[in-house]
Write a protein that binds this ligand. Structure first.
Ligand code: E4P
Length: 218
């Protein structure tokens, strides 16, 4: 399973990269706005800065919601760096745009996915990645992880090659369960990645090892 970090914050991307387990980055318009990045030139420069930090795919989302606009934006975004993957929303024109990008050799990430039906459409349109939003489904009292399992089963049975990118991850357990259920990628906030480190027995065990070493060695 690949690990992406879900942020536009350069410090967090650097910190995740230094762990040595990072395979890419996902961003969205909200994450870019959170970093105070606005204006086309600044947005493009920020994507370039992210690509320079991480050795892997970087998802950059289109703002347009019509086919022509998405094609124009996506074609321009991929000129920033060959690491750029065009993030396209799961709407009717988005599906058409996914097909156009696929036919023109441009990699895509279909975002805002909340159902198996949407997952089938995106795979049929040749999406490189599919982003089901686990946390946002949990927020409305449904089961986001169940959707990951359902899509993994459908893609395996049908031989679809679109990679399942579990998104809207809220905690380390989401990562573990998504991995069990067959997600190809997890995109996570840095805190959730670091949360995987935590176990009290590790801390207790390390403290004891160091204390015993000190006793023996002074
Ligand atoms: C990923 O590509 C999405 O942008 C992201 O995971 C959304 O997460 P959120 O529901 O925490 O905003």
């Amino acid at each position: 399973m690949k690990f992406f970090v879900d942020t536009a914050n350069l410090d967090q991307i650097t910190e995740a990269g230094e762990l040595g387990v990072l395979d890419g980055v996902t961003t969205n318009p909200s994450l870019m706005a959170k970093e105070g990045i606005s204006g086309e030139a600044n947005i493009r420069a920020h994507y370039k800065a992210i690509c320079d930090i991480v050795d892997g795919d970087v998802s950059a989302e289109v703002i347009s919601t019509d086919f022509e606009g998405m094609i124009r934006e996506g074609s321009s975004l991929v000129e920033i760096d060959d690491q750029i993957v065009v993030k396209v929303p799961m709407i009717k024109d988005g599906v058409k745009a996914l097909r156009w990008f696929t036919d023109n050799g441009i990699r895509t990430n279909c975002t805002l996915v909340f159902s198996a039906g949407q997952a089938i459409l995106a795979a049929k349109a040749g999406a490189t990645y599919l982003s089901p939003f686990i946390g946002r489904i949990d927020d409305i009292n449904w089961d986001g992880l169940e959707l990951i399992g359902q899509i993994a089963e459908i893609y395996a049975v049908q031989g679809f090659t679109t990679e399942i990118l579990a998104a809207s991850i809220r905690n380390p357990l989401h990562i573990v369960r998504a991995a069990e259920l067959g997600a190809d990628v997890c995109t996570c906030p840095l805190n959730s990645i670091l949360g995987l480190l935590n176990h009290p027995l590790t801390d207790i065990g390390l403290e004891k090892f160091l204390a015993d070493h000190k006793k023996a060695n002074g």
